[in-house]
Each structure stands twice: as structure tokens, then as C-alpha cells.
Design a protein around this ligand. Structure first.
Ligand code: CP
Length: 348
């Protein structure tokens, strides 16, 4: 694989190679020196046209741990402000000898456009999607996968460990590139993936589907659930995956092994938030009380940054018994080392 732009076409073998490579880099990071010479002489450019803390810093650290030279670009302090185009910016970094471009942009499709331009020019530059609009965030989903699999088997994290695990993805699915990438990876693993969101925060495609289902009262009077999603292939290509869609939180949380809660992306919302923040927290905010519906060993993930007290209660976020949030950030370095190594090691 030359570029990593989406997880839609990732194979099970590729997921496992990333997991195994990340595990070996996790071991490297536990050593005193923490560094390997794998990408010595290569240039990794972090081209971030949208704000980031975790992704940009961990890609930079990952590149440095692999002995690559790093260039960091933030659009607000760049010649983009003088009218330079995105493609001309990428070509400028190409002219400096960049081998790998890590790209984030608020619009979907920008990493793909840059990758296509690099391919058209016939240069051996790889592009990694570090989050494009509402489309995908592949490295985040891979680090989420690694965090979960490593918890189950730290010695040998692999995709198959998630088969039949129940994983709830809760919240602002509509705007979440993290959710989209996680749907690809988690359903590929054979996990039972349950999406829960108010109708206003589900993609219309999903909301239309749920609307067609009877939502009745279950025996405990907490509301029922939609049946397994049969998503039209032409629209989403996730037909027949183990994907379930709910307008209510409870059926998604019931007996869940992992709960992934998502940030309400207020910056991408144009109208009034429906439900309001207070109502949202009441209905979909993850709290200790609501976790009682899950398996006793349940763990909670959040890609960050977090709106404390909105999508997750502040005390739960900081509780090491339940929260994998710091572990996700730690995993990010090893997983991004794995990605840079796997696409970069053939270049020099
Ligand atoms: N999870 C994530 O992408 O965080 P940043 O926006 O801080 O990179």
C-alpha cells in the first residue's frame, strides 16, 4: 500500500500487520533509547490545515522515533494566508524532498486530491490521511483498534480478538470521521457494532433506515431498538456488516464490552443543536450509572478532544478503572510509527 487514505479497502491481513508492527514499536518505546533508525534520511511533513493536538504531535513524535526528519506546517501561519493553493503547498513540500505527507483538512477529499496529484506527477510520495472533514480518520481508528486488542492480549494484539465483542459507538455520528473509520475496522473484525445517536446526529442514510423500523417498548420499558441495518449498497457499501443502529442509548449499551463516545462537533453544526447540550447529556452522555447496563468489565474510549460533562461525565473520563482515553493517546505513537514504517520503509 502506497497511501493510507481510508480503511474502506483495508484487508484483515493489513489490519493484523499494523497491529503486530505497532506492538513491536510499543516494545521499542518501553526501552530507554526509544528510537530506531528505520526512516533515517526520510522527510515526514505534517501538513495540518485544521487544528490538532493529538494527531499532529503523535505523528511528529512517531517520525522522530523512527529517525526521520520532520516538517510541521500549520495553515494559519503559512503562505495559505497569502493565497497559495493546497496543491501548490504540497508541491512546495515535495520540492524539499518530502517522502511522506501527513494531511489533515476540514474538507473531505483533500488528502485524496493530494495523493492523486503526487501519483499524476509520478513521484514516490506517500500520503497519510490524518482526518479529512466528516469522511475518515484512519490512524485514529487503527489506534482505537490497537488499544482494545492490546487490552485483551497485550502480547499478540490481533483483529480476531474482537469477534462477537459488543462495541457501542455513541454520539455525533453525523460529523464523525472517527466513527466512519471505526465502522470499517470494527465491523471487519467481526465485532457487533452498535451506533447510538439522536436522529439529528445520524447520517440521513442511517436515520432513514431507522425510521422504517418499529421502535417499541421492551420488557423493561426503556424503549426498543431498530433491527440490524440493511444499508443500501450503492450509498455506503457496508451492507451485511455487523452494524446495528439505534435512536436510544440503552439497547446499544446493554451488555457492551466497549463504549466509544464521540465529541459533539459544534464547529461543524450550522443550526441549533437538537437536543440541547443539557438534554444530550441526559440522553446520550456516558456516566457511571448508564455503564451499569454494560458488561462489568466495560471500558470507555473517546478520541478526544473531550467536552467534559457533555458526551462523558468528567469523573468517568478520569477513572482509570473504566477510561482508556490516556491509553488511546499512548497507543497513537506506536500505531503511527507502524504506519510510517510500513509505507516508508520501502522508499530509501
Ligand atoms: N483525535 C484527534 O484527532 O485529536 P486531535 O484533533 O487533537 O488530533
Amino acid at each position: 500500500r502506497h497511501h493510507v487514505l481510508t480503511l474502506a479497502d483495508f484487508t484483515k491481513a493489513e489490519y493484523n500487520i499494523v497491529l503486530q508492527t505497532a506492538a513491536s514499536f510499543q516494545e521499542v518505546l518501553s526501552r530507554r533509547t526509544k528510537k530506531v533508525p528505520s526512516l533515517q534520511g526520510q522527510v515526514v511533513a505534517n501538513l495540518f490545515f485544521e487544528a490538532s493536538t493529538r494527531t499532529r504531535s503523535s505523528f511528529e513524535l512517531a517520525a522522530k522515533r523512527l529517525s526521520a526528519d520532520t516538517l510541521n506546517f500549520a495553515s494559519a501561519t503559512s503562505s495559505i494566508t497569502k493565497g497559495e493553493t493546497i496543491l501548490d503547498t504540497a508541491k512546495t513540500y515535495l520540492a524539499m524532498g518530502t517522502d511522506i505527507m501527513v494531511i489533515r483538512h476540514r474538507e473531505a477529499g483533500v488528502p485524496q486530491a493530494i495523493a492523486a496529484e503526487m501519483d499524476r506527477l509520478g513521484v514516490r510520495v506517500s500520503v497519510l490521511n490524518a482526518g479529512d472533514g466528516q469522511h475518515e480518520h484512519p490512524s485514529q481508528a487503527l489506534l482505537d483498534l490497537f488499544t482494545i486488542c492490546s487490552l485483551i492480549d497485550p502480547e499478540n494484539p490481533r483483529l480476531q480478538l474482537l469477534k462477537n465483542k459488543k462495541i457501542a459507538i455513541v454520539g455525533d455520528i453525523l460529523h464523525s470521521r472517527v466513527a466512519r473509520s471505526n465502522i470499517w475496522s470494527l465491523t471487519a473484525s467481526g465485532a457487533q457494532v452498535h451506533l447510538a445517536a439522536p436522529p439529528t446526529l445520524l447520517p440521513q442514510l442511517f436515520a432513514d433506515y431507522v425510521k422504517d423500523e418499529e421502535v417499541g417498548e421492551d420488557e423493561r420499558g426503556r424503549g426498543g431498538e431498530g433491527e440490524r441495518g440493511k444499508i443500501p449498497n450503492s450509498e455506503s457499501n457496508i451492507q451485511n456488516r455487523n452494524l446495528f443502529i439505534h435512536w436510544q442509548l440503552e439497547p446499544a449499551l446493554k451488555d457492551a464490552d466497549f463504549v466509544m463516545t464521540l465529541r459533539l462537533q459544534k464547529e461543524r453544526m450550522t443550526g441549533h443543536l437538537l437536543p440541547s447540550l443539557r438534554e444530550y447529556h441526559q440522553m446520550f452522555g456516558i456516566t457511571r450509572t448508564k455503564l451499569q447496563l454494560c458488561q462489568p468489565s466495560v471500558k470507555v474510549l473517546h478520541p478526544g478532544p473531550v467536552n467534559r460533562g457533555v458526551e462523558i461525565s468528567s469523573d468517568l473520563m478520569d477513572d482509570p478503572e473504566f477510561s482508556l482515553i490516556p491509553a488511546q493517546v499512548t497507543s497513537g505513537v506506536a500505531v503511527r510509527m507502524a504506519l510510517l514504517y510500513l509505507i516508508g520503509s520501502g522508499k530509501s
